[in-house]
Design a protein around this ligand. Sequence first.
Ligand code: 0X9
Ligand code: ZN
Length: 363
Amino acid sequence: PLPSGRDAYRTLADYNDDLRELAAIRPAIAKRITLPHKSLDGRTVYGIEIGRNVQAAEDGRPVFVLLGLHHAREWPSGELAMEFAYDLVQNYGTDARITGLLDRSRVVVVPVVNVDGFELSRTDGSLVDLREVDAGGTVSLLGTPGNAYKRKNCRVVDGQDPIDGTCRVASATSPGGYGVGVDLNRNYGGFWGGPGASDVFADPTYRGAGPFSEPEIQNVRELISGRQVTTMISNHTFSNLVLRPNGVHPDTIGHDGLPVGNAPDEEALKALGARMTAANGYRNIHGWELYDTTGTTEDWSYNATGGFGYTFEIGPDEFHPPFPKVVDEYLGAGAYAGKGNREAYLAALENAVDTATHAVISG
Ligand code: 0X9
Ligand code: ZN
């Protein structure tokens, strides 16, 4: 079973309850944190900070940051982040490896970055797509019921009407679509405004009015800027990939202030990618090998801070599969025997500690 014992997807309320309770179980090593900005719809965003003597002020130990649910429909991305937090808190003091790592680092987990979008997706959606079968037996996807496949946040722009006056992506008469919102994984300041992001509000990759325009992304900026984050993973679904900077093809970049060629730390970024993909069985590639993007989490965090940053695309083929698959993808069980993200995150945490040991980043 998972560290938390859960066997179904959390709601936003479940995440908030779990973050509070997990911190309360072991306050010597776990502290709930409140991010500085409320979401557009006024929700508080919480995380948890884990490590030896965590109630004291930051002491310069390196930090590993694990993020989930930038994209509302990608439910496993929050689950795996939350389960790693449980794993660490439960095993500190008994598991020598985890104890040693948490003595020398802190880990910050924010399982739900896009609280508004996730709440809508999780509570006003369905796991079942609307399909039509024609006389010849051909199946076509008409759309998704409710809002289970919402991607973006709940930004409304003047003159661009939200469906039914809300954050919804779908209505009874208009299933599917992308609806309102900014793509939070195009809103960071890393090469914002470049290729692989849209300036059209209705598009799935709408980048927002400017870099860091969205409070949900201001939260992540301030979280990372205020700590010595040596390794960051942003969880998404799906495609079984570990993506590293850069997000833009070397032939595309080199214009308009975009970087030329590979990231300066290409060899080390690739090496950690190899360690993590040995653990989870995914492919270890540059972001641009999936497709060009700008304004993503890792392109900002790596270029702004020097801390290594990755996107994990969890799972082979579904935004939110039946929950037993999520369990196996964390533990490396069942169809994923020996290939789990638990071990990949531990490799990332070891790197976070090791990077600081070698003093690559000044404190
Ligand atoms: O497009 C995204 O934001 C991510 N894929 S998703 O299906 N989860 O939406 C991938 C972004 C990773 N970075 C690069 N491709 N550069
Ligand atoms: Zn995503």
